[in-house]
Design a binder for this molecule. Sequence first.
Ligand code: NDP
Ligand code: MG
Length: 388
Amino acid sequence: TDRRRISIFGATGSIGQNTLDLVAREPDRFEVVALTGGRNVAQLAADARRFGASLAVTAFEDALPDLRAALDGSGIEAAAGEAALVEAARRPADLVMSAIVGAAGLAPGLAALETGASLALANKESMVCAGPLVMATAEAHGGRVIPVDSEHSAVFQALLGEDIACVERVIITASGGAFRDWPLEKLAEATPAEAATHPNWDMGQRITIDSASMFNKALELIETKEFFGFAPSQIEAVVHPESMIHALVGFCDGGLMAHVGPPDMRHAIGFALNYPARRPVPVERIDLAKLATLTFRPADETRWPALRVAREVMETGGLSGAVFNAAKERALDAFIDGRIGFLDMPRIVERVLDRVSAKGGLNIDVITLDKVLEADHLARRLADEEIG
Ligand code: NDP
Ligand code: MG
């Protein structure tokens, strides 16, 4: 009936592949317009052929010859580079899945919203770097931003039909990542391979390491503020190792609405693809009696300093989210390359925020893409200095 034209940014990644899995199950409902990827051009080309996309874009210009070769004879257009990603986002579509990893997802997401398309947003970095700009762009062009991050999808679902003025607080849960039970003194020696394993979720490498450091939860606290407009004091994180409850919304009458779902991103992706309808999604059904126990513990800011820094970012606003995210991305690169230790990441991010703040560089009246990119570049440069 209502066939939706969909473009998927970051189609070769974990979220992108899960999105295509759902699209493949309902070929009559979705028409694939553009697919984008990065280094994995073989996957990108195969999916572009399989789904009959009209355009395939790799983020990296040096990968274009390989993409062209892989698409030879298909009639599918190939392109490469940042500008090509933005061009692809301007192709008419009803819904665009934003599943690039990192701040690189921001410009294509904004370009998609400018066409009036709705944005299924997995790329939390967009919200952290430029939340007010993302929301204002959607508003101005009549599109919607629908969260894909599981906690934010949970909050969104718990708020359906509710009076936002009656919300007292929002609690997002954290699994605690790979090191939740490690003794504190061992953390300094943690290796990238150890950090890249996750107890419950199967995700991309970067977000998995961010789960171990709680930078992922830090980004999500900021994302919650930007998405729903709550005050920082209303937003909390709690450690919930079973990852069954994704978020809770507390109302002024003392009631808490919890969202329970299996640790499978296809639930939240399916919700975003079908919104405002609900349609069947093939995730495992939860058997509560077999779960035995759901446990919770405080999110300790000594173990996970990223959470404390996120609170400062929420209070400061302005460009602090862009600086926080960019410094985090560089620190994560350095950790993955073995150039710094696990506990150096939060130290470096905090140092960079302090240095930009000392120059008065965090405050701004109106957030624009140019200002965000400028802050992002500065923060990356300062982070590289701190990394040494
Ligand atoms: P992956 O690393 O699995 O995939 C990232 C995607 O982005 C790939 O398609 C990759 O291409 C592409 N990419 C990499 N670098 C660039 C770049 N510089 N410019 C453009 N594209 C690039 O990540 P995930 O799927 O795990 O995460 C995607 C986003 O969703 C992130 O923002 C993450 O925080 C968020 N998210 C993910 C969840 C998950 O379960 N995975 C849960 C909630 C949120 P290639 O692989 O071809 O190089
Ligand atoms: Mg999440």
